[in-house]
Design a protein around this ligand. Structure first.
Ligand code: BEZ
Length: 212
């Protein structure tokens, strides 16, 4: 197990899941992916997270992002737990949950942090680009549920900055002004961004969202 850093290739794996055997790379195909771990089945915060993820599936689909969850319980347990999630969150869990009983994937992705808990995965998130490189990692403790609006927001930023020479400022949301990449001169930026460039400082140039 090695720490996975930004730009690394996401390690491939084949594992059992709530939807049968799944291979990460085959499952993702040419899509973006989001892999997120949960401490355990039948736990309250995880139940809210997975229900929220299921209710947000259309938003992930719109962005061409495939979801894949993981917990260290088995597929039969996942199947029972999914019934509860669907009932209490009024949803249908419609993406695979890896059944990582032998902790093979958790170890591969360093999802167990022994100083937090020796046996349970923390709340890790990996966002994987179509070329299978890791574009974002996040780690939350078991006691803090993740914000799925933030996950969508960061995917919007990752997808925008992958294809345009821009960066996104603090609290940016889709459609708001973006920052011109520091590698581009203001003169070149004015040619490149037809919607205009505002030079706030020589190193801080703003332009409207090129995709809006
Ligand atoms: C939860 O998902 O609610 C949870 C799991 C492990 C520890 C604390 C909370």
């Amino acid at each position: 197990m090695a720490t996975i850093r930004l730009g690394d290739k996401a390690p491939d794996f084949t594992a059992d899941s709530s939807m049968g055997t799944i291979n990460l790379y085959d499952y993702l195909g040419d899509s973006w992916g989001i892999l997120f771990s949960h401490p355990a089945d039948f736990t309250p915060v995880c139940t809210t997270e997975l229900g929220t993820a299921a209710n947000f599936k259309d938003e992930f689909d719109k962005r061409n992002v495939k979801m894949i969850a993981l917990s260290v319980d088995g597929a039969a347990s996942h199947a029972e737990w999914i019934k509860d999630i669907n009932e209490v969150q009024n949803t249908v869990v419609n993406f695979p949950i890896i059944a990582d009983e032998d902790k093979k994937v958790s170890d591969l992705y360093d999802m167990i942090h022994p100083n937090a808990d020796n046996n349970l995965t923390v709340r890790s998130v990996f966002i994987i680009a179509p070329d299978k490189t890791v574009k974002l990692t996040l780690t939350y403790p078991a006691s803090t549920g993740r914000n799925f609006y933030e996950l969508l927001r960061v995917i919007d930023s990752l997808q925008l900055t992958a294809y345009h020479k821009v960066a996104t400022p603090a609290n940016w949301e889709q459609g708001k002004e973006v920052v011109v990449s520091p590698a581009i001169s203001t003169a070149d930026a004015k040619d490149m961004f037809s919607k205009g460039v505002t030079e706030v400082k020589p190193y801080l140039r703003m332009t409207p969202d090129p995709t809006a």
